[in-house]
Design a binder for this molecule. Structure first.
Ligand SMILES: [Zn+2]
Ligand SMILES: [Zn+2]
Length: 147
């Protein structure tokens, strides 16, 4: 078996999709085009995947606003039907995405999902409603890489 280019002595069969160097599990960076070594993954991460602090702040602000606002409204009105919760989650996801400047993916989904949970708890919503809200979030922004 070939050895890892970064850790001599560590055997691996995986190589970087960009430069072809062998990488072990410690070095693998999962990207949309496959596994890359840490060096090749760096520019891609900062350009496409990584959400910058200011974008994250915008995402958290809009996510919490729509999440808590929506949770309170649904709690007041008192209809936590699953499709209302789904629409609410989609709305929070979309607001979070816009707040971040158009990002998607795990980071944005986490922020939006957290906002839905926070809003749901504050609005006194049931667990099922909150779960459907989170499903709405994941369906809207859970996939994709920084787009
Ligand atoms: Zn590489
Ligand atoms: Zn290694």
């Amino acid at each position: 078996m070939p050895e890892c280019s970064f850790h001599p002595g560590v055997e691996t069969e995986v190589s970087c999709t960009e430069c072809g160097r062998y990488i072990c599990q410690k070095d693998m960076v999962s990207t949309p085009v496959g596994y890359k070594c840490p060096e090749c993954a760096k520019p891609a991460r900062s350009e496409y995947v990584l959400v910058k602090p200011r974008q994250l702040a915008g995402a958290v602000a809009l996510g919490l606003l729509s999440g808590i606002g929506g949770g309170l409204v649904i709690g007041l009105v008192g209809f936590g039907f699953f499709f209302v919760a789904l629409a609410w989650g989609a709305l929070v996801g979309e607001a979070t995405r816009r707040g971040s400047g158009g990002h998607r993916g795990p980071v944005i989904a986490t922020v939006a999902g957290g906002s839905v949970v926070a809003g749901g708890l504050l609005g006194g919503l049931g667990l099922i409603t909150i779960v459907f809200g989170v499903v709405g979030v994941v369906a809207t922004v859970g996939w994709g890489w920084g787009r």
